[in-house]
Design a protein around this ligand. Structure first.
Ligand SMILES: [Zn+2]
Length: 316
């Protein structure tokens, strides 16, 4: 899946709202304290379990009180949550955020940032929780989620603060780890921000994937990468490159280790105009515990453009 684009005017509104929040909070330093953000915005946070029937009853009640009677019972709500893959919810009128307590610890912070992110998008108010699938088309839903994710990124990485620190470092996995510690966000979300915020002259690409030599049983060969994050320059010049091709490259360059560096290699990519370019791909494996107790292997890859090579000449 490639990173979705959001509109410039929406971006501007989100940026402005977060800038105002940061200046209201005065002198905030990374890592951003989300509890302080919630207190500034007057938002409550609770964790829910879709197995907790009393809380489910209460949520159903809240939705009814909010005037949106779309869910008949707590069982129904549980089903809707499962089906939509909801990890968090925002009750706008009650200033209340609910986060799924089954979520992996490393993802709590992003989930919370995402729900807070919705509140910076005043136009989301009419779409959130309570909106049935019929009212909200999948593409509209994807846009709203992309906007909330953008807001979460701007918030958790503190806007220009992250860009300034990123641009003072070389583009590498070592810098990613440093920025991960400094801003207190997950490695994957740090990779995402690095690529999207990179202000240098070179096309840059980030990939979040499984370990190419330790694929899970349900691995999807048609959509092999969890996320492909393209910098604006990369998107412009290399839109011809598919995620299947990128994953093939990872299979070639990565070693079989289950932790740490998997390899740094020079790779040739051909752009939309048939010009050859040299990139440096660097992959790193972060093992983690899956909910079922087995080990999972998340691989993060950074690919930075190094130089342009000659044009490809095809002869028959
Ligand atoms: Zn959302």
């Amino acid at each position: 899946m490639k990173n979705p684009q959001i509109g410039n005017s929406e971006k501007k509104q989100i940026d402005k709202a977060i800038k105002r929040l940061m200046s209201d909070m005065k002198g905030v330093e990374p890592p951003l304290n989300l509890a302080a953000v919630r207190s500034q915005l007057d938002l409550d946070l609770e964790y829910y379990s879709s197995k907790d029937s009393s809380l489910m009853k209460e949520i159903v009640h809240s939705i009814k009180v909010a005037g949106k009677v779309i869910l008949g019972s707590e069982t129904m709500l549980g089903k809707v949550i499962d089906k939509l893959g909801l990890r968090g919810m925002l009750f706008w009128d009650q200033n209340r955020i609910l986060i799924d307590n089954q979520l992996h610890q490393a993802r709590f912070r992003w989930a919370e940032g995402h729900e807070v992110g919705h509140t910076f998008c005043s136009w989301h108010k009419y779409y959130l929780l309570g909106d049935s699938k019929n009212e909200l088309s999948p593409s509209c839903h994807a846009t709203i989620e992309a906007e909330a994710n953008y807001a979460a990124g701007q918030l958790l990485f503190m806007q220009d603060r992250f860009v300034a620190e990123l641009m003072s470092l070389p583009i590498s996995i070592a810098s990613l780890k440093l920025l991960h510690k400094r801003f207190g966000n997950s490695n994957a979300s740090t990779l995402w921000r690095m690529v999207e915020q990179y202000a240098g002259p070179h096309p840059l690409l980030g990939i979040v994937s499984e370990h190419p030599h330790r694929l899970s049983d349900d691995f999807d060969f048609c959509e092999p990468c969890r996320y492909v994050i393209e910098s604006p320059r990369f998107r412009e010049t290399f839109s011809n490159i598919s995620e299947v091709q990128l994953f093939e490259i990872l299979t070639t360059i990565c070693n079989r280790r289950t932790r740490g560096p998997l390899g740094t290699e020079e790779v040739e990519l051909i752009d939309n105009h048939g010009v050859r370019h040299e990139f440096v791909f660097e992959s790193f494996c972060f093992p983690y515990n899956q909910p079922d107790g087995t080990k999972g292997f998340q691989v993060l890859t950074l690919a930075l453009h190094k130089r342009q090579l000659s044009r490809v000449i095809v002869t028959s």
